[in-house]
Design a protein around this ligand. Structure first.
Ligand code: PLP
Length: 353
């Protein structure tokens, strides 16, 4: 029965009419793709005096996608890259939501950008709180889905709670929901769970986003990625700014992809430091609860979050006070730092009364 429902997914119906009808911008580098041989490029009004960045970057980031496609086990036409995953998420709104008519579902407490992007695009955001154990309220979600619900945003592992969404809940959404399920895996490399990328062939309504900002240690270069069906990626490609990933970013990311050992080592350190930090936090008398985390941060409930935030700040530690979020009363979010930083943090915490 579930698979019968999935067949109701109709991508064409979800695409905004203006997007379906528009002609995309065609750049010089779209119209003539360099084959690598020596040519004289006089087609893009660039400055010919070269220092390596005088030329426009590849609008399709082909070299980078070749590497990512090997790493992730998908075809290149199933990858979209953006100026951070924030740009990728915005493209989803612009491609699939008619402002003033369509709606999306988010499941707070979660990443704040989904809600900001919904407001920016004048798209109603139907919020369905997570349950007290931070899993999905599936009944609540299906109660608010209507014929104008275009997308559901899930974050797994979730920011700021740190938990992964149970596989069977994600599956159940993918099977029953006929819009797009956008699964934000910004923290997937820190979790013990496999990425949903491997399931893209089974679910035409699934799109997975990832980022170079966390495990890859490259928040400064602004590079986010999306993995989905060829058809979904084609729609996003049609509307993306032509040169949205700059040359320096493409080069720097390629270098990092050649040094995955470093990424893996750092992830291992951070995972082990995370457990250290969780243990130390649990031992403090003003910490009431430490949630388990699949990410590179820990959410903890303290006696008085405003007070503890202020005290830590006075000692030179900036953490994130998430108390304003639903289900996060008196909660502080601690990003896992280097071993040295964590030691100093724990010492500072132990000094608090
Ligand atoms: C940090 C984070 C991102 C990363 O966004 P970028 O624009 O790629 O830096 C995406 N989603 C979540 C949930 C995050 O916490």
């Amino acid at each position: 029965m579930d698979s019968a429902k999935t067949t109701q997914f109709d991508l064409t119906r979800l695409i905004r009419e203006n997007v379906r009808n528009m002609t995309p911008y065609s750049s010089a580098r779209d119209e003539y793709v360099s084959d690598g041989s020596e040519k004289v490029f006089l087609d893009a009004n660039e400055n010919p005096f070269g220092d390596g960045i005088n030329r426009y970057p590849d609008p399709q980031q082909r070299t980078l996608k070749t590497e990512l496609s090997k790493l992730k086990g998908v075809n290149q036409d199933q990858i979209l890259l953006g100026n951070g995953s924030d740009e990728v998420l915005d493209l989803f709104f612009r491609a699939f939501c008619e402002p003033g008519r369509d709606n999306v579902i988010t499941v707070p407490p979660t990443y704040g950008m989904y809600s900001v992007l919904a407001s920016l695009n004048n798209v109603e955001n139907r919020k369905v709180l997570l349950q007290r154990d931070f899993t999905l309220d599936l009944n609540g979600i299906f109660n608010v889905v209507d014929e104008n619900t275009r997308m559901i945003f899930l974050c797994s592992p979730n920011n700021p709670t740190g938990n992964s969404i149970p596989e069977e809940q994600v599956e159940s959404l993918l099977n029953r929901f006929t819009g797009l399920v956008i699964l934000d895996e910004a923290y997937i490399d820190f979790s013990g769970q496999a990425s949903w990328i491997k399931d893209l062939d089974r679910y035409p309504n699934l799109a997975v986003t990832q980022t170079f900002s966390k495990a890859f240690g490259m928040a400064g270069i602004r590079l986010g990625s999306c993995y989905a069906s060829r058809e979904v990626i084609a729609v996003l490609n049609k509307i993306k700014p032509p040169y949205n990933v700059n040359e320096l970013t493409q080069r720097t990311a390629l270098e990092r992809l050649k040094d995955l050992e470093r990424v893996n080592e750092e992830v291992e350190v951070l995972r082990s430091e995370r457990e250290e930090l969780a243990g130390a936090l649990s031992a403090l008398n003003f910490v009431e609860r430490v949630y388990p985390s699949d990410a590179n941060f820990i959410l903890a409930v303290v006696d008085d979050a405003n007070r503890r935030y202020r005290e830590l700040l006075e000692k030179g530690f900036i953490v994130r006070n998430r108390s304003g979020q639903p289900l996060c009363k008196n909660s502080l979010r601690f990003t896992v730092g280097t071993q040295e930083e964590n030691r100093r943090l724990i010492a500072a915490l132990n000094d608090l009364k």
